[in-house]
Design a protein around this ligand. Structure first.
Ligand SMILES: Cc1ncc(COP(=O)(O)O)c(C=O)c1O
Length: 474
């Protein structure tokens, strides 16, 4: 069953558990029948629904504000909006995107401590009141453009913990300087409502959250002593989202809940929010790429341009350079910007058990465009496909079309269970039996889905099958 969700986006709901490899294989067959070999994503929206349910179960006190920067695809944000999450936006365009979904401005935190003035004015105009700050200059800008804002002081978390991306090098007021900043806010008669932190993206030690909560508590106390009416704690992002990570979400949840119960017990009435990004989307997306070119080189000798290929003798151990149709200027920008590690898998099982030293390169003309410098793969022909899992976070949102390389399309799917968990009213509609009089007409080629395809938003207001059947039988 296909669902049209606005912005030209289609989601296929699956009545049974079709494996991801089967989906990828089907998609490849359909591409090849059109003589195409373009790279593509498959994205399991059901995975995001399950992540949401798990969040609610394991972190019941914390309202997630999804960090749009991580993946702002329409299907992702529409699904999350309908699930009930709120949003962390970092710019005017991100705020606009969320408001255009019909989400209330009260469900947005403008979580960029260094904002362009005109963006603050935009937030003011659209009543996006909650925003972070970590420096004095920001306070003057807010005073000038949006004095009614609800400000959240972002503090630097303790730096003793391992993270994939350290955000503390750029943002966060040192807790020792908090008093100075809060004094300035008081002087400017600004409304500071709470504290936020971000332990770093891709936290690798759960204790980082506990240490940051403890530190936030002391700044909270300070703020209260200074006469602020603090009511909000924002524990930021950093939650693991890939399939295999140094720590599990469950471990983080346990540590975080214990720290919150100790320092911010529920009877204090403080609202606790978070800004998860990769947690929701990393594992939902898988990228399939096509090997568009290949070069055989000598494994044990220094690379020497074209002469390499000429010099290969039967005694030489070959190595293979594979060129695929997405790279670091595209979805694999995560290798540069997010310090990500990626792992290729093969779509078809390979009969040949021999593996060779291989490297995988992107499609552009730039030597920097290398996905993997050294991995072991069987020898693969030009035209073979590879896929990479865990590709939903900080991939498509920062990709470019450098050298004219197209961005991969995305095939969204979802198990029926997850889909109807979210849209139970659609289940009733789709269960309606088509009147027998209509069946011959349908058989003559009238495709309900494509005939009634809508370009506007029909998420949450499903295709009206009663009406369709009425139309057909009239
Ligand atoms: C302010 C802010 N909030 C939330 C996030 C999301 O972090 P993560 O994807 O690690 O959950 C980021 C990521 O850079 C961020 O800068």
């Amino acid at each position: 069953m296909k669902h049209y969700i606005g912005n030209g986006c289609v989601v296929e709901s699956l009545p049974y558990n079709k494996s991801k490899t089967t989906l990828i294989t089907e998609k490849i067959a359909s591409l090849e029948s059109e003589h195409s070999e373009d790279a593509f994503f498959v994205a399991d929206l059901g995975d995001i629904v399950i992540k949401y349910q798990t969040w609610r179960e394991l972190l019941p006190r914390i309202d997630p504000f999804y960090a749009l920067k991580c993946n702002d695809d329409h299907a992702v944000i529409k699904l999350l909006a309908d699930l009930g999450t709120s949003f962390d936006c970092a710019s005017k365009a991100e705020i606009e995107k969320i408001l255009n979904l019909g989400v209330s401005p009260s469900r947005i935190i403008y979580a960029n401590p260094c904002k362009q003035k005109s963006f603050i004015r935009y937030a003011a105009k659209h009543n996006v009141k909650t925003m972070t700050f970590d420096n004095e200059a920001e306070l003057y800008k807010v005073k000038q453009s949006f004095p009614e804002a609800r400000l959240v002081l972002r503090i630097l978390p303790p730096a003793d913990f391992k993270v994939q991306c350290n955000l503390g090098i750029k943002f966060g007021c040192h807790p020792k300087k908090a008093a100075q900043l809060l004094t300035k806010a008081k002087e400017l008669e600004l409304n500071v409502v709470g504290i936020s932190f971000h332990v770093g993206s891709g936290a690798e030690e759960a204790e980082a959250f506990a240490a940051a909560v403890e530190q936030a508590y002391y700044v909270f106390e300070l703020g209260r002593e200074m006469g602020f009416n603090f009511e909000l704690l924002d524990v930021g992002g950093g939650f693991p989202g890939q399939k295999n990570t140094a720590i599990t979400f469950k471990e983080v949840a346990e540590v975080l809940n214990t720290a919150l119960d100790r320092y911010f017990p529920s009877d204090t009435g403080i609202r606790i929010i978070a800004e998860p990004g990769r947690y929701f989307v990393a594992s939902a997306f898988t990228l399939a790429v096509n090997i568009i070119a290949k070069r055989i080189v000598l494994r044990d000798r220094p690379i020497d341009g074209d002469a390499q290929e000429m010099m290969l003798t039967p005694n030489d151990e070959p190595a293979f350079m594979y060129y695929v149709n997405d790279g670091v200027y595209g979805s694999f920008n995560c290798l540069l910007f997010d310090h990500a590690k990626v792992q290729p898998s093969m779509v078809q099982d390979c009969q040949d058990e021999n593996t060779f030293t291989s490297s995988i390169w992107g499609p552009t003309c730039d030597g920097l465009d290398c996905i993997m410098e050294d991995c072991l793969l069987p020898e693969l022909p030009v035209g073979a496909w590879l896929f990479f899992e865990d590709m939903g976070a900080y991939t498509m949102s920062a990709s470019t079309c450098f050298n004219g390389m197209p961005r991969p399309s995305c095939h969204f799917y979802c198990s029926e269970d997850s889909w109807y968990y979210l849209y139970p009213e659609q289940k009733k509609k789709t269960e309606i039996r088509i009147p027998s009089k209509a069946i011959p007409i349908l058989k003559t080629g009238l495709d309900i889905h494509s005939s009634y395809e809508q370009t506007d938003d029909v998420f949450g207001s499903p295709l009206n099958f009663d009406k369709i059947c009425e139309d057909i039988t009239c």
